[in-house]
Design a protein around this ligand. Sequence first.
Ligand code: AG3
Length: 273
Amino acid sequence: MDYWFSEEHTSNVKLSFRIKEEIAHVKSHYQDIYLFETYEFGKMLVIDGTVQTTIKDEFIYHEMIVHPPMLTHPQPKRILIIGGGDGGAAREVLKHDPEEVHVVEIDRDVVELSKKYLRELSSAYQNPRVHLHIENGVEFVKKERNFDVIIIDSTDPVGPAAGLFEREFYESLKASLNEGGIITQQCGTPFYHPEEVCKAKNTLGKIFRYVKIYLAYIPTYPSGMWAFVMASDSPIERRRSCGFKTRYYNDEIYDSSMVLPNFVKEYCDNYRD
Ligand code: AG3
């Protein structure tokens, strides 16, 4: 019997994956979490019906949420990751040889499942420079400061992650950054939800001097076209090259990922809230 998991991308579009095995299903305090073994993408983490990461394409997302901001900052030493409980972003951050990496994940079950089944990502937790905090990121940034780079690796802006896309949270982020600091956030698909992408850009633009959207192509996410946003009070430009091997990111991609199609530019230029 065929077993398929489908994520609903809109009420009229679904993307389906043929499942070899359901490895785990946990209803945590916050979310409904599945770990599947899929035929095409290997292990896949699904939260509240949305694909978070798969072994086959996670490198694209994790390289792109980490390397652009890390190579924009002249000397990133203290890094904060909000969300990112699977450890994938922390694994990429470690390649930059930082002094400290703090991962603030609200849902302990995401971390536990990843430690058990997604070793390719969660191996980062074995590094003594990585400090895990099971806490609400919104509260964490109200009290902790002095970060050079803050990476917000959350779920979609509905449900437990909604507060991570609000102005008040962005203001706390700014207060938690060192001079020259930078933040980056995954902000959804401009194809189906340009309003989410442009809202993030617009709100950050009220607080930070420089804001840039950039894109990556992620096969398992809705429409495949995914947006991230960087914000800083220092100009956003590449200050260093990447000194290690990558599978998606390269120095040309730093610039090309910020070149936006007209429908995205126009939507954001006309966006008001
Ligand atoms: N976090 C962003 C996933 C967003 C996917 N959205 C969706 N499938 N509708 C990924 C976490 C990886 N560390």
